[in-house]
Design a protein around this ligand. Structure first.
Ligand SMILES: Cc1cc2nc3c(=O)[nH]c(=O)nc-3n(C[C@H](O)[C@H](O)[C@H](O)COP(=O)(O)O)c2cc1C
Length: 170
C-alpha cells in the first residue's frame, strides 16, 4: 500500500535523483539523423533488454530535441564513451548548444546500415532501429532492435557517472 505522493518530502524528484545517482552508470552518446541534420545527446539509460531478438532501450525526456529527431528517423546509434571522452559527454548534455555543427568537435564515422554518426574512440557502437515507444511520465522508453555491433580492439577505461560526477573505471 503506497498512500504516499510526490508532495511527501521523502519522495521528491530531487531526492529520487539523489538516490538514483548512487547507481553507477555508463555514459553513451546517442545519435540520429532527421531532416538531413545530425542530432546527438548524452544518455546514461542505454540498457540491454533481450538476446532473442537483440533489443536495447533508452529513456528519452520528451523535451529533448533528440526525442523528436529519433521518432522522426526511426533509427539511431549509440557510442559508449571512454573515460577520455568526458568533454564530449559534457558537450552533448549542454542545453541550448547549436544543433548544426554540434558533431564537428567529435571525430566520428558513419554507420554502414543507418548513416548515423558513431563516435571514434568509443568503447563500442550499436546501430539500432526503433521497434516500440512507450510513454513513461516525462520520458519515452524507446525500444530498438540492434542492427550492428562494433567492438574496437582497444578498450581503455570507461567513463562512468556516479552521484552527479564523472569518474572512470578500468
Ligand atoms: C550523464 C548524463 C546522462 C544523461 N542521460 C540522459 C538520458 O538517459 N535521457 C535523457 O533524455 N537525457 C539525459 N541526459 C540529459 C541530456 O543529455 C540533455 O538534456 C541534452 O541537452 C538533451 O539534448 P538537447 O539539448 O538536444 O535537447 C543526461 C545528461 C547527462 C550529463
Amino acid at each position: 500500500m503506497s498512500g504516499r505522493s510526490v508532495t511527501d518530502e521523502s519522495l521528491s524528484p530531487a531526492r529520487f535523483r539523489q538516490a538514483m545517482g548512487r547507481l553507477v552508470d555508463g555514459v553513451s552518446v546517442l545519435t540520429t539523423v532527421a531532416a538531413g541534420h545530425d542530432h546527438a545527446m548524452t544518455a546514461d539509460t542505454l540498457t540491454s533488454v533481450s538476446l532473442e531478438p537483440l533489443l536495447v532501450l533508452v529513456c528519452v525526456e520528451y523535451e529533448t530535441r533528440w526525442h523528436d529527431a529519433v521518432i522522426d528517423a526511426g533509427v539511431f546509434g549509440a557510442s559508449v564513451l571512454a573515460a577520455d571522452q568526458r568533454p564530449l559527454s559534457e558537450w552533448f548534455a549542454t542545453r541550448g548548444r547549436p544543433l548544426h555543427g554540434q558533431l564537428d568537435r567529435a571525430p566520428h564515422h558513419r554507420g554502414e546500415l543507418t548513416g548515423v554518426a558513431l563516435l571514434d574512440g568509443a568503447l563500442m557502437h550499436l546501430e539500432c532501429r526503433t521497434t516500440d515507444v512507450h510513454a513513461a511520465g516525462d520520458h519515452a522508453i524507446v525500444v530498438a532492435e540492434v542492427l550492428s555491433i562494433s567492438l574496437p580492439d582497444t578498450v581503455g577505461p570507461a567513463l562512468v557517472h556516479f552521484r552527479g560526477r564523472y569518474g572512470s573505471i578500468a
